[in-house]
Design a binder for this molecule. Structure first.
Ligand code: T4K
Length: 373
């Protein structure tokens, strides 16, 4: 049997020589952080790639989480934020760490994004914002969320950590809502080692975000706000410059993996594969599969174990739901989000990354197919 472990993802990296060439000038300048040359270059390249309607309304940060946490903070919100529990810890933690109260909306059973038909029922006079997640790169119901937000005068911040480079009807996802954040973590389609970005509509947001990521410093003698340190450094920006040069081919390679999974697994009873949204230009970030034990013939745990025996490590993204985290001491209940609970108990993300060879994908599919009833 193959000795090599197959993990759920594997970081895409440029050739070492390309990165060395990119960072060589840093040895001459000794300028390693605090919005240097690479930071500036990467920011303009990124604004163009993301097709932002206002390229200047973008800021680079140290990671996806701080992009989200500080974007919320920059909006000076108070009260309740409606979000979904089927996400990474970061989404809910960003709300709570801002002293805001998360209110959990259930998800759509097909896209796993916010179920907008339940949204209005959760709005109270304390609601200040909506924080939907383009989970697995599935794009939320932008128009309905926008309509409801306008009606109740709520802010909308999209967690677009999974949606790098995606477009809906030709519009880059970073243009939606009042703001959207991206993650450039090593596990993402596009990485800067660690990193993130916030895209926003209100230019004043940019100044506030800048204060929050750089101690509120406005010059050697002027500190006009209380901020933290959440800047992207030059090495990360340089990695971003290199990786952005290759992103389209990386996404194409992921597409081939996605297509192979679909070819082998589509139509099998009891399997629900990641949905396809016709209007979306996808990035193939994840390949989630829902296993319905009754119909499929094996449980999620059995599939997980069978893959593990072949040294394949799928992941239960996202289980547990964030409203089940022990961190919240039972304050929230997942019976208020039954669809999210159903999905969370059955989901398994199969390995997908640019360099995953199709033979391995076939091997993974063989394991799944052999378990089917
Ligand atoms: N919002 C959402 C919806 C998110 O999913 C995330 C992050 C955020 C916000 C916050 O963004 P960041 O602050 O992280 O930029 C991983 C990632 O750490 C996390 O970024 C990501 N979501 C989450 C979905 O997945 P873990 O705990 O599953 O990571 P880990 O260390 O188990 O790695 C998973 C696999 O990735 C490994 O099995 C192998 C591969 N890997 C990992 C690392 C660290 C690599 O190939 N290279 C690496 O350097 O959270």
């Amino acid at each position: 049997m193959r000795e090599q472990q197959i993990l759920v993802t594997r970081t895409s990296m440029p050739a070492m020589e390309e990165y060395m060439k990119e960072i060589a000038p840093l040895w001459d300048s000794h300028w390693l952080t605090n919005m240097g040359v690479k930071h500036g270059e990467f920011k303009s390249m990124l604004a163009e790639y993301l097709k932002l309607s206002s390229p200047e309304n973008l800021d680079l940060l140290v990671n996806g989480h701080m992009s989200l946490e500080l974007t919320l903070q920059a909006m000076d919100l108070q009260g309740e934020v409606i979000t979904t529990p089927f996400t990474f810890a970061s989404t809910t933690h960003a709300i709570v760490r801002n002293g805001l109260e998360p209110v959990f909306c259930d998800i759509d059973p097909v896209t796993f994004t916010m179920d907008c038909s339940r949204l209005e029922g959760l709005i109270t006079d304390r609601t200040c914002a909506i924080l939907p997640v383009h989970v697995f790169g599935n794009i939320c119901n932008i128009s309905e969320i926008g309509r409801i937000a306008r009606k109740y005068e709520l802010k909308v911040v999209y967690d677009a950590a999974h949606a790098f480079g995606e477009e809906a009807n030709g519009t880059g996802v970073g243009n939606f809502g009042d703001a959207s954040i991206f993650s450039f973590h090593a596990t993402k389609v596009f990485n800067t080692i660690e990193g993130g970005a916030s895209c926003f509509q209100d230019p004043e947001m940019g100044a506030r975000l800048y204060d929050l990521k750089n101690f509120g410093i406005h010059g050697p003698d002027e500190v006009s706000a209380v901020g933290a340190n959440a800047k992207m450094n030059e090495f990360c920006a340089a990695m971003g410059i290199c990786n952005l040069r290759h992103i389209d081919e990386e996404i194409e390679k992921r597409k081939a993996v996605d297509e192979r999974y679909r070819l082998r697994l589509e139509g099998i009873n009891g399997l629900q594969l990641k949905c396809i949204q016709a209007e979306v230009k996808q990035n193939y970030a994840y390949f989630p599969v829902l296993f319905d034990e009754g119909e499929f013939g094996a449980s999620r745990a059995e599939v997980f174990a069978a893959l593990e025996r072949r040294h394949v490590f799928a992941r239960k993204y996202f289980h547990p739901l964030t409203n089940r985290f022990s961190a919240f001491h039972g304050k929230y209940k997942d019976d208020e989000t039954p669809v999210a609970r159903h999905v969370s108990q059955r989901i398994l993300c199969l390995p997908i990354y640019a360099d995953l060879d199709l033979e391995t994908v076939d091997e993974i599919c063989d394991v799944v197919v052999n378990l089917s009833a």
